[in-house]
Design a protein around this ligand. Structure first.
Ligand code: ADP
Ligand code: MG
Length: 611
Protein backbone atom coordinates (compact mmCIF):
# COMPACT_ATOMS: atom_id res chain seq x y z
CA UNK A 1 0.00 0.00 0.00
CA UNK A 2 1.30 3.41 -0.84
CA UNK A 3 2.53 5.36 2.19
CA UNK A 4 3.21 8.75 0.74
CA UNK A 5 0.59 11.46 1.06
CA UNK A 6 0.74 15.15 0.26
CA UNK A 7 0.57 17.22 3.46
CA UNK A 8 -2.43 19.48 3.84
CA UNK A 9 -1.72 23.17 3.58
CA UNK A 10 -2.03 23.96 7.27
CA UNK A 11 0.47 21.27 8.25
CA UNK A 12 2.85 22.44 5.55
CA UNK A 13 2.61 26.00 6.89
CA UNK A 14 3.29 24.86 10.43
CA UNK A 15 6.42 23.10 9.24
CA UNK A 16 7.58 26.20 7.40
CA UNK A 17 6.82 28.27 10.50
CA UNK A 18 9.02 25.90 12.48
CA UNK A 19 11.89 26.82 10.23
CA UNK A 20 11.46 30.56 9.98
CA UNK A 21 9.50 31.66 13.03
CA UNK A 22 11.37 30.71 16.14
CA UNK A 23 10.50 33.56 18.50
CA UNK A 24 8.92 37.03 18.59
CA UNK A 25 12.11 38.48 17.14
CA UNK A 26 11.68 36.35 14.00
CA UNK A 27 8.20 37.80 13.51
CA UNK A 28 9.53 41.33 13.94
CA UNK A 29 12.29 40.61 11.48
CA UNK A 30 10.00 39.23 8.78
CA UNK A 31 7.44 42.01 9.17
CA UNK A 32 10.03 44.78 9.20
CA UNK A 33 11.70 43.31 6.14
CA UNK A 34 8.38 43.31 4.35
CA UNK A 35 7.87 46.95 5.27
CA UNK A 36 11.31 47.80 3.92
CA UNK A 37 10.60 45.92 0.70
CA UNK A 38 7.38 47.95 0.47
CA UNK A 39 9.54 51.09 0.37
CA UNK A 40 8.39 52.41 3.71
CA UNK A 41 10.05 55.59 5.04
CA UNK A 42 8.67 55.15 8.56
CA UNK A 43 8.39 51.85 10.37
CA UNK A 44 6.96 51.49 13.82
CA UNK A 45 7.20 48.36 15.94
CA UNK A 46 5.00 48.30 19.03
CA UNK A 47 5.21 45.37 21.38
CA UNK A 48 3.23 44.18 24.32
CA UNK A 49 5.20 41.99 26.73
CA UNK A 50 8.24 41.70 24.48
CA UNK A 51 6.03 40.60 21.61
CA UNK A 52 4.80 37.49 23.38
CA UNK A 53 1.34 39.01 23.81
CA UNK A 54 1.30 41.30 20.80
CA UNK A 55 3.46 42.61 17.97
CA UNK A 56 2.26 45.44 15.75
CA UNK A 57 4.37 46.54 12.81
CA UNK A 58 3.08 49.46 10.80
CA UNK A 59 4.57 51.18 7.81
CA UNK A 60 3.84 53.88 5.25
CA UNK A 61 4.87 51.73 2.31
CA UNK A 62 3.06 50.89 -0.91
CA UNK A 63 0.34 48.82 0.77
CA UNK A 64 -1.64 46.01 -0.85
CA UNK A 65 -4.88 45.97 -2.78
CA UNK A 66 -7.64 43.61 -1.55
CA UNK A 67 -6.63 40.77 -3.87
CA UNK A 68 -3.01 40.93 -2.73
CA UNK A 69 -4.06 41.21 0.88
CA UNK A 70 -5.92 37.91 0.60
CA UNK A 71 -3.08 36.36 -1.37
CA UNK A 72 -0.16 37.36 0.85
CA UNK A 73 -0.98 34.79 3.52
CA UNK A 74 -1.00 31.97 0.98
CA UNK A 75 2.17 29.88 0.88
CA UNK A 76 4.76 30.74 -1.75
CA UNK A 77 2.91 33.92 -2.60
CA UNK A 78 5.33 36.70 -3.33
CA UNK A 79 5.44 39.82 -5.42
CA UNK A 80 9.19 39.93 -5.32
CA UNK A 81 10.34 37.32 -7.78
CA UNK A 82 8.58 35.88 -10.81
CA UNK A 83 10.78 32.99 -11.88
CA UNK A 84 14.05 31.26 -11.26
CA UNK A 85 16.08 33.84 -13.17
CA UNK A 86 15.10 36.40 -10.57
CA UNK A 87 16.64 34.24 -7.85
CA UNK A 88 20.05 35.28 -9.10
CA UNK A 89 19.42 38.98 -8.88
CA UNK A 90 17.57 39.45 -5.63
CA UNK A 91 17.38 43.02 -4.49
CA UNK A 92 14.60 42.68 -1.91
CA UNK A 93 14.94 41.31 1.62
CA UNK A 94 12.18 38.75 1.12
CA UNK A 95 11.53 36.48 -1.83
CA UNK A 96 10.45 33.12 -0.46
CA UNK A 97 6.83 34.00 0.14
CA UNK A 98 6.93 31.99 3.36
CA UNK A 99 6.85 34.49 6.18
CA UNK A 100 3.27 35.69 6.32
CA UNK A 101 1.60 32.26 5.94
CA UNK A 102 3.99 30.89 8.55
CA UNK A 103 3.30 33.67 11.03
CA UNK A 104 -0.43 33.54 10.39
CA UNK A 105 -0.49 29.80 11.03
CA UNK A 106 0.82 30.18 14.60
CA UNK A 107 -0.96 33.32 15.78
CA UNK A 108 -4.01 35.55 15.75
CA UNK A 109 -3.17 37.57 12.67
CA UNK A 110 -4.70 40.82 11.48
CA UNK A 111 -3.75 42.79 8.43
CA UNK A 112 -4.84 46.34 7.61
CA UNK A 113 -3.58 47.76 4.38
CA UNK A 114 -4.29 50.41 1.78
CA UNK A 115 -2.61 51.45 -1.42
CA UNK A 116 -4.26 54.86 -1.74
CA UNK A 117 -4.73 56.09 1.81
CA UNK A 118 -8.51 56.21 1.64
CA UNK A 119 -9.98 52.80 1.37
CA UNK A 120 -8.29 49.76 2.73
CA UNK A 121 -8.94 46.20 3.70
CA UNK A 122 -8.91 44.48 7.06
CA UNK A 123 -8.25 40.78 6.88
CA UNK A 124 -7.96 38.49 9.87
CA UNK A 125 -7.03 34.88 10.51
CA UNK A 126 -6.62 32.66 13.51
CA UNK A 127 -4.12 29.81 13.37
CA UNK A 128 -4.07 30.28 9.60
CA UNK A 129 -7.86 29.93 9.22
CA UNK A 130 -9.92 32.78 7.81
CA UNK A 131 -11.88 34.78 10.42
CA UNK A 132 -13.14 37.96 8.80
CA UNK A 133 -12.69 40.56 6.09
CA UNK A 134 -13.89 44.16 5.91
CA UNK A 135 -13.45 47.33 3.94
CA UNK A 136 -12.10 50.10 6.15
CA UNK A 137 -10.77 53.64 6.03
CA UNK A 138 -7.01 53.39 6.35
CA UNK A 139 -3.88 55.50 5.73
CA UNK A 140 -1.56 54.35 2.96
CA UNK A 141 0.63 51.53 4.09
CA UNK A 142 0.31 48.34 6.03
CA UNK A 143 -0.23 47.44 9.66
CA UNK A 144 0.12 43.85 10.77
CA UNK A 145 -0.87 42.73 14.25
CA UNK A 146 0.31 39.39 15.55
CA UNK A 147 -1.29 38.34 18.81
CA UNK A 148 -0.81 35.26 20.99
CA UNK A 149 2.12 33.94 19.04
CA UNK A 150 2.50 30.14 19.25
CA UNK A 151 -0.92 29.77 20.89
CA UNK A 152 -1.37 26.52 18.97
CA UNK A 153 2.21 25.21 19.26
CA UNK A 154 2.75 24.80 23.01
CA UNK A 155 6.24 23.36 22.68
CA UNK A 156 7.44 26.47 20.93
CA UNK A 157 5.69 28.68 23.43
CA UNK A 158 7.40 26.85 26.26
CA UNK A 159 10.75 27.31 24.65
CA UNK A 160 10.56 31.08 24.84
CA UNK A 161 12.98 32.76 27.17
CA UNK A 162 12.19 35.45 29.72
CA UNK A 163 10.58 38.64 28.45
CA UNK A 164 13.75 40.63 28.77
CA UNK A 165 15.67 38.01 26.83
CA UNK A 166 13.08 37.90 24.07
CA UNK A 167 13.07 41.67 24.04
CA UNK A 168 16.83 41.78 23.76
CA UNK A 169 16.67 39.62 20.63
CA UNK A 170 14.27 42.16 19.16
CA UNK A 171 16.27 45.24 20.11
CA UNK A 172 19.38 43.59 18.71
CA UNK A 173 17.67 43.06 15.41
CA UNK A 174 16.02 46.48 15.21
CA UNK A 175 19.30 48.17 16.17
CA UNK A 176 21.08 46.44 13.34
CA UNK A 177 18.43 47.04 10.73
CA UNK A 178 18.33 50.71 11.78
CA UNK A 179 22.07 50.84 11.12
CA UNK A 180 21.58 49.12 7.78
CA UNK A 181 18.91 51.62 6.77
CA UNK A 182 19.73 55.06 8.15
CA UNK A 183 17.38 56.39 5.46
CA UNK A 184 14.35 54.87 7.21
CA UNK A 185 12.92 56.15 10.50
CA UNK A 186 12.41 53.34 13.01
CA UNK A 187 10.59 53.47 16.29
CA UNK A 188 10.46 50.55 18.68
CA UNK A 189 8.34 50.47 21.83
CA UNK A 190 7.57 47.83 24.42
CA UNK A 191 4.57 48.31 26.70
CA UNK A 192 4.53 51.94 25.57
CA UNK A 193 8.13 52.60 26.48
CA UNK A 194 10.31 53.84 23.60
CA UNK A 195 13.40 51.67 23.34
CA UNK A 196 14.89 52.93 20.13
CA UNK A 197 14.14 55.70 17.70
CA UNK A 198 16.00 56.79 14.61
CA UNK A 199 15.12 59.68 12.36
CA UNK A 200 15.79 58.33 8.91
CA UNK A 201 17.73 61.26 7.51
CA UNK A 202 20.22 58.95 5.81
CA UNK A 203 23.17 59.85 8.02
CA UNK A 204 24.82 56.65 9.25
CA UNK A 205 26.81 58.32 11.99
CA UNK A 206 23.62 59.81 13.35
CA UNK A 207 21.98 56.39 13.32
CA UNK A 208 25.01 55.02 15.17
CA UNK A 209 24.58 57.72 17.75
CA UNK A 210 20.88 56.86 18.14
CA UNK A 211 21.66 53.18 18.54
CA UNK A 212 24.85 53.28 20.63
CA UNK A 213 24.76 56.73 22.15
CA UNK A 214 26.64 59.90 21.38
CA UNK A 215 29.69 58.91 23.41
CA UNK A 216 30.37 55.89 21.21
CA UNK A 217 29.58 57.80 18.02
CA UNK A 218 32.35 60.25 18.86
CA UNK A 219 34.84 57.41 18.75
CA UNK A 220 33.85 56.08 15.33
CA UNK A 221 36.19 56.46 12.36
CA UNK A 222 34.79 56.47 8.87
CA UNK A 223 36.27 54.33 6.14
CA UNK A 224 35.65 53.81 2.46
CA UNK A 225 37.32 51.77 -0.25
CA UNK A 226 36.36 50.05 -3.46
CA UNK A 227 37.60 47.70 -6.13
CA UNK A 228 35.70 47.07 -9.35
CA UNK A 229 32.62 45.25 -8.12
CA UNK A 230 32.88 45.63 -4.33
CA UNK A 231 32.61 48.77 -2.31
CA UNK A 232 33.09 48.81 1.46
CA UNK A 233 32.34 51.72 3.74
CA UNK A 234 31.13 52.49 7.22
CA UNK A 235 32.40 53.33 10.68
CA UNK A 236 34.83 51.53 12.95
CA UNK A 237 35.55 52.30 16.58
CA UNK A 238 38.91 53.77 17.48
CA UNK A 239 41.08 52.12 20.11
CA UNK A 240 39.44 53.92 23.01
CA UNK A 241 36.28 51.90 22.65
CA UNK A 242 36.03 48.15 22.75
CA UNK A 243 33.72 45.37 23.81
CA UNK A 244 34.14 41.98 25.37
CA UNK A 245 32.34 40.27 22.49
CA UNK A 246 32.06 40.41 18.72
CA UNK A 247 28.34 41.11 18.63
CA UNK A 248 28.71 44.78 17.75
CA UNK A 249 30.37 44.07 14.44
CA UNK A 250 27.46 44.66 12.10
CA UNK A 251 27.87 43.48 8.54
CA UNK A 252 25.50 44.87 5.98
CA UNK A 253 25.51 43.60 2.43
CA UNK A 254 23.40 45.56 -0.02
CA UNK A 255 21.31 46.82 2.90
CA UNK A 256 20.80 43.33 4.28
CA UNK A 257 22.22 42.54 7.74
CA UNK A 258 24.13 39.29 7.53
CA UNK A 259 26.39 37.02 9.51
CA UNK A 260 29.63 35.89 7.97
CA UNK A 261 32.62 34.53 9.82
CA UNK A 262 35.18 35.29 7.18
CA UNK A 263 34.11 38.93 6.93
CA UNK A 264 34.05 39.30 10.73
CA UNK A 265 37.57 37.93 10.86
CA UNK A 266 38.65 40.32 8.13
CA UNK A 267 37.36 43.17 10.31
CA UNK A 268 39.20 41.81 13.34
CA UNK A 269 42.37 41.43 11.33
CA UNK A 270 42.47 45.22 11.03
CA UNK A 271 42.53 45.48 14.83
CA UNK A 272 45.08 42.73 15.29
CA UNK A 273 47.85 43.91 17.58
CA UNK A 274 45.93 47.08 18.18
CA UNK A 275 43.33 45.76 20.60
CA UNK A 276 44.28 43.45 23.43
CA UNK A 277 43.24 39.85 23.12
CA UNK A 278 39.64 39.31 24.10
CA UNK A 279 38.55 42.84 23.20
CA UNK A 280 36.52 43.58 20.10
CA UNK A 281 35.61 46.72 18.23
CA UNK A 282 32.25 48.22 17.31
CA UNK A 283 31.98 48.32 13.56
CA UNK A 284 29.27 49.06 11.05
CA UNK A 285 30.50 47.66 7.77
CA UNK A 286 28.52 48.25 4.61
CA UNK A 287 29.35 46.17 1.60
CA UNK A 288 27.88 47.02 -1.77
CA UNK A 289 28.19 44.36 -4.39
CA UNK A 290 26.60 43.38 -7.63
CA UNK A 291 23.68 41.11 -6.59
CA UNK A 292 24.99 38.56 -9.07
CA UNK A 293 28.07 38.09 -6.85
CA UNK A 294 26.14 37.12 -3.75
CA UNK A 295 23.97 34.17 -2.95
CA UNK A 296 21.45 34.87 -0.20
CA UNK A 297 19.46 31.72 -0.79
CA UNK A 298 21.41 29.42 1.54
CA UNK A 299 19.72 30.03 4.88
CA UNK A 300 16.00 30.13 5.66
CA UNK A 301 16.34 33.28 7.74
CA UNK A 302 18.53 34.76 4.99
CA UNK A 303 21.19 35.57 7.55
CA UNK A 304 24.10 34.10 5.70
CA UNK A 305 25.27 34.95 2.26
CA UNK A 306 27.92 33.54 0.00
CA UNK A 307 30.24 35.73 -2.02
CA UNK A 308 32.02 35.14 -5.26
CA UNK A 309 35.55 36.57 -5.25
CA UNK A 310 35.50 36.37 -1.45
CA UNK A 311 39.22 36.79 -0.91
CA UNK A 312 39.29 40.06 -2.71
CA UNK A 313 36.47 41.31 -0.55
CA UNK A 314 38.16 40.20 2.67
CA UNK A 315 41.38 41.99 1.78
CA UNK A 316 39.47 45.09 0.93
CA UNK A 317 37.67 45.08 4.29
CA UNK A 318 40.85 44.61 6.32
CA UNK A 319 42.66 47.22 4.34
CA UNK A 320 39.96 49.88 4.54
CA UNK A 321 39.60 49.60 8.31
CA UNK A 322 43.33 49.29 8.93
CA UNK A 323 43.88 52.42 6.95
CA UNK A 324 41.31 54.38 8.95
CA UNK A 325 42.85 53.19 12.21
CA UNK A 326 46.33 53.94 11.05
CA UNK A 327 45.39 57.46 10.05
CA UNK A 328 43.72 58.08 13.36
CA UNK A 329 46.88 56.97 15.13
CA UNK A 330 48.92 59.59 13.35
CA UNK A 331 46.81 62.36 14.76
CA UNK A 332 48.03 63.05 18.25
CA UNK A 333 45.18 63.11 20.69
CA UNK A 334 46.97 63.35 23.99
CA UNK A 335 43.80 63.27 26.02
CA UNK A 336 42.00 60.69 23.99
CA UNK A 337 44.87 58.24 23.97
CA UNK A 338 44.76 57.66 27.65
CA UNK A 339 41.14 57.74 28.51
CA UNK A 340 40.70 58.11 32.21
CA UNK A 341 36.97 57.80 32.48
CA UNK A 342 35.69 61.04 33.83
CA UNK A 343 34.09 60.18 37.12
CA UNK A 344 30.42 61.00 36.91
CA UNK A 345 30.74 62.55 40.34
CA UNK A 346 32.97 65.17 38.78
CA UNK A 347 30.63 65.86 35.91
CA UNK A 348 27.83 66.20 38.34
CA UNK A 349 29.81 68.44 40.62
CA UNK A 350 30.55 70.68 37.71
CA UNK A 351 26.91 70.91 36.83
CA UNK A 352 26.02 71.63 40.39
CA UNK A 353 28.64 74.34 40.46
CA UNK A 354 26.94 76.10 37.62
CA UNK A 355 23.60 75.81 39.29
CA UNK A 356 24.52 76.65 42.82
CA UNK A 357 27.21 79.06 41.75
CA UNK A 358 24.67 81.65 40.86
CA UNK A 359 22.95 81.55 44.20
CA UNK A 360 25.48 80.78 46.87
CA UNK A 361 28.89 81.51 45.56
CA UNK A 362 30.68 81.70 48.87
CA UNK A 363 29.91 78.27 50.16
CA UNK A 364 30.84 76.64 47.04
CA UNK A 365 34.45 77.72 46.82
CA UNK A 366 35.47 75.52 49.70
CA UNK A 367 33.75 72.61 48.10
CA UNK A 368 35.42 73.31 44.82
CA UNK A 369 38.86 73.41 46.43
CA UNK A 370 38.16 70.18 48.13
CA UNK A 371 36.93 68.72 44.91
CA UNK A 372 39.99 69.86 43.03
CA UNK A 373 42.24 68.44 45.67
CA UNK A 374 40.41 65.18 45.45
CA UNK A 375 40.87 64.94 41.78
CA UNK A 376 44.41 66.18 41.72
CA UNK A 377 45.45 62.89 43.18
CA UNK A 378 43.57 60.91 40.60
CA UNK A 379 44.66 63.00 37.69
CA UNK A 380 48.27 62.06 38.26
CA UNK A 381 47.40 58.60 37.17
CA UNK A 382 47.83 58.54 33.38
CA UNK A 383 51.47 57.96 32.63
CA UNK A 384 52.69 57.85 29.10
CA UNK A 385 55.15 54.95 29.21
CA UNK A 386 54.88 52.55 26.33
CA UNK A 387 53.90 49.10 27.52
CA UNK A 388 57.26 47.40 26.92
CA UNK A 389 59.07 49.93 29.03
CA UNK A 390 56.77 49.27 31.91
CA UNK A 391 57.53 45.62 31.71
CA UNK A 392 61.26 46.21 31.59
CA UNK A 393 61.08 48.45 34.58
CA UNK A 394 59.49 45.91 36.83
CA UNK A 395 60.17 42.60 35.20
CA UNK A 396 59.65 40.63 38.37
CA UNK A 397 56.29 42.00 39.34
CA UNK A 398 54.16 38.88 39.50
CA UNK A 399 50.77 39.71 38.09
CA UNK A 400 48.65 38.08 40.73
CA UNK A 401 51.03 37.62 43.56
CA UNK A 402 49.99 40.40 45.77
CA UNK A 403 50.89 38.34 48.77
CA UNK A 404 50.92 41.05 51.37
CA UNK A 405 47.61 42.29 50.21
CA UNK A 406 45.62 39.17 49.89
CA UNK A 407 46.35 35.57 50.54
CA UNK A 408 46.25 33.59 47.40
CA UNK A 409 44.94 30.27 48.37
CA UNK A 410 43.28 30.16 51.71
CA UNK A 411 44.94 27.73 54.00
CA UNK A 412 41.95 25.82 55.15
CA UNK A 413 43.32 23.36 57.60
CA UNK A 414 46.52 23.10 55.56
CA UNK A 415 45.85 20.65 52.75
CA UNK A 416 48.53 18.06 52.31
CA UNK A 417 50.73 18.95 49.40
CA UNK A 418 50.13 16.82 46.34
CA UNK A 419 53.48 17.81 44.89
CA UNK A 420 56.74 16.17 45.85
CA UNK A 421 59.42 18.20 47.56
CA UNK A 422 61.41 19.57 44.66
CA UNK A 423 64.45 21.78 44.29
CA UNK A 424 64.53 24.53 41.74
CA UNK A 425 67.15 24.33 39.03
CA UNK A 426 66.27 27.06 36.58
CA UNK A 427 63.96 28.33 33.91
CA UNK A 428 63.78 27.22 30.29
CA UNK A 429 62.84 29.64 27.51
CA UNK A 430 61.07 31.84 30.04
CA UNK A 431 58.28 29.28 29.91
CA UNK A 432 59.14 26.16 31.88
CA UNK A 433 60.42 25.87 35.42
CA UNK A 434 62.88 23.06 36.05
CA UNK A 435 63.13 21.14 39.31
CA UNK A 436 64.73 18.01 40.66
CA UNK A 437 64.60 15.64 43.55
CA UNK A 438 66.64 12.51 44.26
CA UNK A 439 64.80 10.37 41.77
CA UNK A 440 63.39 12.67 39.13
CA UNK A 441 63.63 15.70 36.94
CA UNK A 442 60.46 17.87 36.67
CA UNK A 443 59.28 20.50 34.23
CA UNK A 444 56.44 22.84 35.13
CA UNK A 445 54.58 24.96 32.59
CA UNK A 446 54.46 28.29 34.45
CA UNK A 447 51.46 29.64 32.56
CA UNK A 448 49.43 26.52 33.19
CA UNK A 449 50.42 26.60 36.86
CA UNK A 450 49.26 30.19 37.28
CA UNK A 451 46.04 29.44 35.52
CA UNK A 452 45.31 26.58 37.89
CA UNK A 453 46.08 28.69 40.98
CA UNK A 454 44.01 31.61 39.75
CA UNK A 455 41.17 29.37 38.74
CA UNK A 456 40.89 27.69 42.13
CA UNK A 457 41.13 30.97 43.93
CA UNK A 458 38.59 32.77 41.78
CA UNK A 459 36.19 29.85 41.88
CA UNK A 460 36.33 29.80 45.65
CA UNK A 461 35.74 33.54 45.80
CA UNK A 462 32.84 33.45 43.36
CA UNK A 463 31.15 30.64 45.22
CA UNK A 464 31.11 32.49 48.52
CA UNK A 465 27.60 33.42 49.59
CA UNK A 466 28.43 37.04 49.95
CA UNK A 467 31.42 38.59 48.27
CA UNK A 468 33.21 41.30 50.22
CA UNK A 469 33.42 44.36 48.06
CA UNK A 470 35.03 47.76 48.34
CA UNK A 471 34.10 51.10 46.89
CA UNK A 472 36.10 52.31 43.92
CA UNK A 473 37.67 55.73 44.15
CA UNK A 474 36.85 56.31 40.51
CA UNK A 475 33.76 54.38 39.48
CA UNK A 476 34.09 52.37 36.29
CA UNK A 477 31.84 53.63 33.54
CA UNK A 478 30.57 51.01 31.10
CA UNK A 479 28.47 51.25 27.98
CA UNK A 480 25.94 48.68 26.91
CA UNK A 481 23.68 48.24 23.94
CA UNK A 482 19.95 48.51 24.42
CA UNK A 483 19.55 44.76 24.51
CA UNK A 484 22.42 44.28 26.94
CA UNK A 485 20.95 46.98 29.19
CA UNK A 486 17.62 45.18 29.28
CA UNK A 487 19.26 41.96 30.38
CA UNK A 488 21.54 43.76 32.79
CA UNK A 489 18.68 45.55 34.50
CA UNK A 490 17.23 42.17 35.36
CA UNK A 491 20.48 40.87 36.83
CA UNK A 492 21.67 43.70 39.03
CA UNK A 493 20.87 41.62 42.09
CA UNK A 494 22.81 38.65 40.79
CA UNK A 495 25.82 40.93 40.30
CA UNK A 496 25.39 42.33 43.77
CA UNK A 497 25.69 38.79 45.11
CA UNK A 498 28.98 38.52 43.28
CA UNK A 499 30.14 41.75 44.92
CA UNK A 500 29.57 44.12 42.00
CA UNK A 501 27.43 47.15 42.71
CA UNK A 502 26.30 48.74 39.47
CA UNK A 503 23.97 51.63 38.80
CA UNK A 504 21.99 52.56 35.73
CA UNK A 505 23.06 55.98 34.52
CA UNK A 506 20.62 56.12 31.63
CA UNK A 507 20.97 55.59 27.87
CA UNK A 508 23.07 52.46 28.14
CA UNK A 509 25.63 53.89 30.53
CA UNK A 510 26.23 52.10 33.81
CA UNK A 511 28.52 52.95 36.66
CA UNK A 512 30.25 50.29 38.71
CA UNK A 513 30.70 51.62 42.23
CA UNK A 514 31.86 48.62 44.18
CA UNK A 515 33.78 45.54 43.20
CA UNK A 516 34.87 42.43 45.10
CA UNK A 517 38.19 42.69 46.88
CA UNK A 518 39.67 39.66 45.20
CA UNK A 519 39.83 41.28 41.77
CA UNK A 520 43.50 41.99 41.07
CA UNK A 521 44.59 45.59 41.03
CA UNK A 522 44.99 47.00 37.57
CA UNK A 523 42.54 44.54 36.05
CA UNK A 524 39.39 45.93 37.61
CA UNK A 525 37.72 47.03 34.41
CA UNK A 526 38.65 43.93 32.48
CA UNK A 527 37.41 41.58 35.20
CA UNK A 528 34.22 43.49 35.88
CA UNK A 529 33.34 43.59 32.18
CA UNK A 530 33.98 39.89 31.79
CA UNK A 531 31.82 39.06 34.81
CA UNK A 532 28.97 41.30 33.71
CA UNK A 533 29.05 39.93 30.19
CA UNK A 534 28.97 36.39 31.48
CA UNK A 535 26.06 37.18 33.79
CA UNK A 536 24.14 38.84 30.95
CA UNK A 537 24.69 35.93 28.61
CA UNK A 538 24.14 33.21 31.18
CA UNK A 539 21.80 30.62 29.73
CA UNK A 540 19.98 27.93 31.59
CA UNK A 541 23.04 26.51 33.32
CA UNK A 542 23.29 25.67 37.00
CA UNK A 543 24.90 28.27 39.20
CA UNK A 544 27.85 26.04 40.10
CA UNK A 545 28.51 25.26 36.47
CA UNK A 546 28.19 28.91 35.54
CA UNK A 547 30.61 30.10 38.20
CA UNK A 548 33.03 27.39 37.23
CA UNK A 549 33.19 28.46 33.61
CA UNK A 550 33.39 32.11 34.62
CA UNK A 551 36.32 31.29 36.90
CA UNK A 552 38.04 29.52 34.01
CA UNK A 553 37.68 32.53 31.77
CA UNK A 554 38.87 34.96 34.40
CA UNK A 555 41.78 32.74 35.36
CA UNK A 556 43.37 32.87 31.94
CA UNK A 557 42.93 36.64 31.76
CA UNK A 558 45.70 37.58 34.06
CA UNK A 559 47.76 34.48 34.30
CA UNK A 560 51.39 34.94 33.67
CA UNK A 561 52.24 34.25 30.04
CA UNK A 562 54.95 32.17 28.57
CA UNK A 563 58.18 34.03 27.88
CA UNK A 564 58.35 35.78 31.17
CA UNK A 565 61.38 35.37 33.37
CA UNK A 566 60.55 34.87 37.00
CA UNK A 567 62.43 35.68 40.14
CA UNK A 568 63.37 32.94 42.58
CA UNK A 569 61.08 34.15 45.34
CA UNK A 570 58.18 34.46 42.92
CA UNK A 571 58.81 30.87 41.95
CA UNK A 572 58.77 29.81 45.59
CA UNK A 573 55.38 31.40 46.05
CA UNK A 574 54.14 29.85 42.85
CA UNK A 575 55.11 26.35 43.89
CA UNK A 576 53.76 26.94 47.37
CA UNK A 577 50.41 27.95 45.99
CA UNK A 578 50.39 25.22 43.41
CA UNK A 579 51.06 22.56 46.00
CA UNK A 580 48.00 23.72 47.92
CA UNK A 581 45.72 23.38 44.90
CA UNK A 582 43.06 20.72 44.76
CA UNK A 583 44.51 19.58 41.48
CA UNK A 584 48.06 20.78 40.87
CA UNK A 585 48.47 18.52 37.86
CA UNK A 586 46.27 20.06 35.20
CA UNK A 587 45.31 23.53 34.12
CA UNK A 588 41.54 24.26 34.11
CA UNK A 589 41.44 23.33 30.43
CA UNK A 590 42.97 19.97 31.15
CA UNK A 591 46.50 20.49 29.88
CA UNK A 592 49.30 19.13 32.06
CA UNK A 593 51.09 21.48 34.45
CA UNK A 594 53.92 19.22 35.47
CA UNK A 595 55.80 16.42 33.75
CA UNK A 596 58.29 14.12 35.37
CA UNK A 597 61.33 12.33 33.97
CA UNK A 598 62.72 9.55 36.07
CA UNK A 599 66.48 9.50 36.49
CA UNK A 600 66.50 6.01 35.09
CA UNK A 601 64.70 7.34 32.02
CA UNK A 602 67.31 10.04 31.55
CA UNK A 603 70.09 7.57 32.00
CA UNK A 604 68.57 5.51 29.23
CA UNK A 605 68.71 8.47 26.88
CA UNK A 606 72.44 8.57 27.40
CA UNK A 607 72.81 4.83 27.32
CA UNK A 608 74.17 4.87 30.83
CA UNK A 609 71.92 1.97 31.52
CA UNK A 610 70.89 -0.55 28.95
CA UNK A 611 67.34 -1.79 28.60
P1 ADP B 1 8.12 37.58 0.73
O1 ADP B 1 8.50 38.75 1.54
O2 ADP B 1 9.17 36.54 0.72
O3 ADP B 1 7.62 37.91 -0.63
P2 ADP B 1 6.01 37.30 2.66
O4 ADP B 1 5.22 36.14 3.08
O5 ADP B 1 6.86 37.95 3.69
O6 ADP B 1 6.91 36.83 1.45
O7 ADP B 1 5.08 38.39 2.03
C1 ADP B 1 4.23 38.02 0.94
C2 ADP B 1 3.90 39.20 0.09
O8 ADP B 1 3.03 40.07 0.80
C3 ADP B 1 5.07 40.07 -0.31
O9 ADP B 1 5.71 39.56 -1.47
C4 ADP B 1 4.40 41.41 -0.56
O10 ADP B 1 3.88 41.48 -1.84
C5 ADP B 1 3.24 41.40 0.41
N1 ADP B 1 3.53 42.19 1.62
C6 ADP B 1 3.88 41.69 2.83
N2 ADP B 1 4.07 42.69 3.71
C7 ADP B 1 3.85 43.85 3.08
C8 ADP B 1 3.88 45.24 3.47
N3 ADP B 1 4.22 45.60 4.69
N4 ADP B 1 3.56 46.15 2.53
C9 ADP B 1 3.23 45.79 1.28
N5 ADP B 1 3.17 44.51 0.86
C10 ADP B 1 3.48 43.54 1.74
MG1 MG C 1 8.82 38.74 3.57
Amino acid sequence: MAKIIKLDQHTANLIAAGEVIERPASVVKELVENSIDAEARNIEINLVDAGITEIVVSDDGVGMDPADARMCVEPHATSKIRDKQDLFRITTLGFRGEALPSIASVSHFRLKTSTDGHKGILYSLKGGAFVSEAVIACPRGTEITVRNLFFNTPARLQNLQSQSQELSHITDYVSKIALARPDIAFKLTNNDRVLLQTYGNGNLLEAISQVYGLEIAKHMLSFYESVGYFQVSGFASDLNVSRANKLQITIIVNERVIKNHAVTNAVLAAYKERLVIGRYPLVVLKISADPALIDVNIHPAKLEVRFSAENELLNLVTHAISYALHNSELIPEAEEKNPVPLPPAEEKAEEEFLDIGLEEETHFEDDLDELLRMFEVDQEEPRQYPKEELIKEEPQEPPRFEQQEYSFIEEEGERESLLPKMYYIGQLHGTYLLFQDEENFYMIDQHAAYERINYEKIKRELQKDRNISYELLIPIKLNFTISESLLLAERIEELRNLGIIIEDFGSGTYTVREIPIWIPKGSEREFVEEIINAVIKRGKVERIEFLDSLAKNLACKRSIKANQYLDKNVIDYLIGDLSRCENPYNCPHGRPIIVKFKNTEIEKWFRRIVT
